[in-house]
Design a protein. Sequence first.
Length: 185
Amino acid sequence: MLSPLSSRSLTPAPGRRGALVLATLVALVASASSLAADPVRPELTPKLQGLLQKEMLQIEQAMQEVYSAMLQGRHAVVAEKGQAIHDSFILEQSLTDEDRQDLKAAVPQAFLQMDATLHELSASLAEAGQAQDTARQVALYGRMTESCVACHGAYVTDRFEGLEGADIPAGWGMAPSAQGNDPQD
Ligand code: HEC
């Protein structure tokens, strides 16, 4: 878990699911208060920024390919591209330890949380492709799109000005397992 959120001062967590919900609430508050948060780009090293841009373009391309494949029932492509998004995830890449430290130091917890959410969703999308489960693919695709918009709307408004002040639901970009409506359930 990337976010070592302390919930000790709150009531005892009723088990793991309760702890997750609690962590989500804390994260929600954190992300709500960081709307119109400072853009992260100025905090990134040039290397990290270059890497991130490259990743984002790859992810966008893969998302477009998934869209087309999904609505034509080309499940193998959905599985393959879902996996590609998962694998190209920036934190999973072959960053040096120092890059990783730089990244974690540069961005807020909620940013890492949204990144982790996209990671989780793309793995589920790959599974839904393998399972030839079209309804689940469509649901997950929507959730992934939410995570793109949520992160850009909170942390990249210096570049995506049209998302500045956008009315983005607080749950967007939050982990499905922590939202209580996991498409896997
Ligand atoms: C955790 C935060 C986060 C998430 C989630 C996220 N992005 Fe991004 N995205 C960024 C940041 C930061 C930039 C700005 C990079 C820069 O310009 O340095 C960016 C930029 C982009 C760009 C512009 C790339 C370029 O340089 O031309 C595209 C396209 C993009 N994202 C697509 C996506 C898509 C598609 C998704 C969802 C499937 C997504 N992003 C999810 C943080 C995120």
